[in-house]
Design a protein around this ligand. Structure first.
Ligand code: PNS
Length: 201
């Protein structure tokens, strides 16, 4: 019987976690959902709303711009924070925040042990796997959890939303009306009557 081996395996698997079961449960109630959110889409909002079914609180952690020019965001971090705060105003358990530098350093300063990310398709997997592995190697106390994006939004990305909006395509129904309006303002397109599709904010 392997019974004698079990504590050894456990000790290896959780070498630093000396907490009681109750403590472990309580630290699992906060998740950090990081991202560029440039801009927020219904895909992101769907993940947040579903995460609130699992976690008591979700911190939407908006990444500041990096020095990498190829990753320059369309909306400034201040604009992204302002839009997110407006969109999640009705959900008091969503905390909108921003972070600079390493994600693990930011998460380490919260009580969260979970980094939450959405997965749309297998194409996301390699990037996400790399990021989750790197983050775990930087801080073994943190784990990344993935939620599958809802089937209605699996083709929606901030990048494609920006491209479609820049070329004058309709993004209503894929992003909240607030975001569709702000995209039009950014790209200096006429703000027309908003279509009432999907969620209203
Ligand atoms: O929405 P995005 O652009 O896919 O989000 C990526 C983000 C911001 C979560 C990621 O780039 C990040 O965590 N940046 C902070 C820098 C960091 O910690 N890098 C190490 C992980 S590889």
């Amino acid at each position: 019987m392997l019974a004698g081996h079990l504590p050894v395996i456990r000790a290896r698997r959780w070498p630093v976690n000396q907490k009681t079961k109750g403590e472990k449960e309580s630290i699992g109630k906060l998740a950090v959902y990081p991202g560029s959110f440039d801009p927020l889409t219904y895909g992101h909002i769907d993940i947040v709303e579903r995460a609130l079914e699992i976690f008591d609180k979700v911190i939407l952690a908006i990444a500041h711009e990096t020095s990498d020019a190829s990753k320059r965001s369309l909306f400034t971090v201040e604009e992204r924070i302002e839009m997110a705060k407006e969109l999640f105003e009705h959900l008091p358990n969503v905390i909108v925040d921003s972070f600079k530098g390493l994600l693990v350093d930011y998460v380490g300063n919260t009580n969260a042990k979970v980094i939450l990310r959405g997965l749309r398709a297998t194409s996301d997997f390699e990037y996400e796997f790399h990021m989750a592995s790197m983050n775990r190697s930087l801080n073994i106390h943190l784990d990344t959890m993935f939620m599958m994006t809802s089937k209605d939004y699996f083709f929606v990305s901030s990048r494609s939303i920006k491209e479609v909006a820049a070329l004058g395509g309709a993004v209503e129904g894929l992003v909240p009306n607030l975001i569709a309006r702000r995209l039009k303002e950014k790209f200096k397109l006429p703000v027309t009557q908003e279509k009432q599709i999907g969620w209203e904010y």
